[in-house]
Every structure is written in structure tokens, then in C-alpha cells.
Ligand binder design. Structure first.
Ligand code: COA
Length: 260
């Protein structure tokens, strides 16, 4: 049973990019289970169809569209399709992201650009299109899915850290500019999160990844989704421009003495 009121998002419409799989799908499920109507987007039709079937089987109301967030024309078409379907948009979750662990020597020029294009520019495209098409008139909530490591050096993640540092900056700038229009903009930074593609890749690169955080266990996708749910709820009505790490405390454990 949820800690939150199951009708708290009744009448709201939520867009989740990258919503067909992993953390994005769990965010969709959690928002849907608290009353939101859902619109999920990703690049792959078959993954969207499978996710829609799964969400429908849970009794959730979900539509989808194929969209590459790097392409601003596709993003504008996505927002138009959502508004045609639901007539409103209240919650935008910028979750679509790319990642591969690699040292800088193995990241090509295009590899670095690809991650910045998806994580940073893609989030900007969706934010801008949603803002212009509806949020600026009616207000709403934006949550960007970022990362917990970009304030330090991040080996094997130079491309992702650079993109997410930009996304954090965008989060704060949008919060400042959009506040008077009734739009709150926040971010959630997942640490090691079990049962995700990202976790599989990192566990391959480093088997210890995630388990040595202060809380001593790897997080669940629902931990991330619950933080998102809180941020889009009225309980967070005075919170904007913030980045909440959901990482078992790893981002504050600089000396890692607790594990010695
Ligand atoms: N190591 C090094 N370079 C890599 C790589 C890896 N594991 N995976 C991709 N790249 C490089 C490619 O070689 C290419 O560069 P090049 O043109 O110089 O060869 C560039 O990145 C783009 O890759 P490509 O697969 O053509 O682009 P894409 O847009 O189809 O997909 C990703 C890029 C990163 C999104 C995709 O490969 C991917 O990993 N998707 C999984 C998403 C994911 O893990 N999400 C969880 C986020 S935590």
C-alpha cells in the first residue's frame, strides 16, 4: 500500500519521456497509481506497446508516442499529440537519457555529443515545447532525472556528468524563470538502482557498484518514483529548483570511512 493518498493526482496528466522501460516506466506506474493519466514516449514502438499493455493491465490510463527527444520537431509533435489526446498537461518528467560507462579515451567525439544531446538538449527541447504549448498558461510541474555524481569527478562518466551538470543548471534556471507562472521545476538524482539497464552495465564494469553506500543496499525503482511523486504533489508546494539525491547517501559519503 502506498504512503501517499491514491487520488492525489486525480485529474492530472503526466508526460514521462523514456517511460517505456526502467525508472521511467516505474515513475509512470507510480504517478498512474495515484490518479494521473499517462503519456509515455520513447524511441522504440515495441517497447512502448509492451509498456502500455503492462500499464493497462494495472488499470492505468496510458497513451504513447514514438519520439526522439533530440529532435525538436518530434518533440513539438509529441506535445501536440498529448494535448489532442488529453487537452491538458500538468506534469513533465524528463527521464529519457543515454549512458554507457567508458573512459574518456574510449568516448568518441560523437559518443560524447550523443549523451549531451539526449540528456541535456533533449530535456531542454521537451521543457521548452511543453512550456510554450501549455505550462506557461496553466502552471505545472517539471521533474528532471539527473545523477548524483556530477559535482565531483566521475570516472567512466565524463560525458554523462557534463550533460547532467548542464541539466542541473537548467533545472535551477527554469525554476527561477517559471516560478511566477505557477511552474515548479525540480530534479531527482538516482544512485545505484536495482533492476535497471544502467545498473546492469555498471555492475559489469564494477561488481561492488552500489552496495557500499551508507545505507548499505541498492535502491529500488520505486524509491526514485516516490521522490518524483512527492515533488509533483502539493506536499512540495514551496519547493522549486532543488535536486534531491536518492542514492542511499553515497553522494555525501566523501571519505567512505564507514565501510573500512
Ligand atoms: N562505449 C563507447 N562508445 C559508445 C558506446 C559504448 N559502450 N555506446 C555507444 N557509443 C558511441 C557510439 O560508438 C557512437 O559514436 P561513433 O559514431 O563515434 O561510433 C555514439 O556513441 C552514438 O551511438 P549510437 O548507438 O549510434 O547512438 P544512439 O543514439 O542510437 O544511442 C545510446 C546512443 C547511448 C543512447 C545507446 O547506445 C544506449 O546506450 N542506450 C541505452 C540507454 C541507457 O542506458 N539508459 C539508461 C540511462 S542511465
Amino acid at each position: 500500500m502506498s504512503t501517499f493518498n491514491p487520488t492525489m493526482l486525480q485529474g492530472k496528466v503526466a508526460l514521462i519521456t523514456g517511460g517505456a522501460t526502467g525508472i521511467g516506466k516505474q515513475i509512470a506506474i507510480t504517478l498512474g497509481q495515484h490518479g494521473a493519466n499517462l503519456f509515455i514516449a520513447s524511441r522504440k514502438q515495441e517497447k512502448l506497446e509492451a509498456a502500455q499493455a503492462e500499464l493497462s493491465a494495472l488499470g492505468l490510463h496510458c497513451h504513447f508516442i514514438c519520439c526522439d527527444v533530440r529532435n525538436s520537431d518530434e518533440v513539438e509533435a509529441m506535445i501536440a499529440a498529448l494535448l489532442k489526446q488529453y487537452g491538458q498537461l500538468d506534469i513533465v518528467i524528463n527521464n529519457a537519457a543515454g549512458n554507457f560507462p567508458a573512459p574518456i579515451s574510449n568516448i568518441s567525439y560523437n559518443g560524447f555529443k550523443t549523451i549531451v544531446d539526449i540528456d541535456l538538449l533533449g530535456s531542454y527541447n521537451v521543457t521548452k515545447a511543453a512550456f510554450e504549448a501549455c505550462l506557461k498558461q496553466q502552471g505545472g510541474n517539471i521533474v528532471n532525472i539527473t545523477a548524483p555524481f556530477q559535482n565531483g569527478g566521475a570516472s567512466f562518466q565524463a560525458h554523462v556528468a557534463a550533460a547532467k551538470a548542464g541539466l542541473d543548471s537548467l533545472t535551477r534556471s527554469c525554476a527561477v524563470e517559471f516560478g511566477r507562472q505557477g511552474i515548479r521545476v525540480n530534479a531527482v538524482a538516482p544512485g545505484a538502482t536495482g533492476d535497471t539497464e544502467g545498473m546492469e552495465r555498471f555492475a559489469e564494469a564494477s561488481p561492488e557498484y552500489g552496495v557500499n553506500c551508507p545505507l548499505g543496499f541498492v535502491g529500488h525503482k520505486s524509491d526514485i518514483a516516490n521522490a518524483v511523486l512527492f515533488l509533483v504533489s502539493d506536499a512540495a508546494a514551496y519547493i522549486t529548483g532543488q535536486i534531491i539525491c536518492v542514492d542511499g547517501g553515497s553522494s555525501v559519503d566523501l571519505l567512505k570511512m564507514g565501510q573500512i
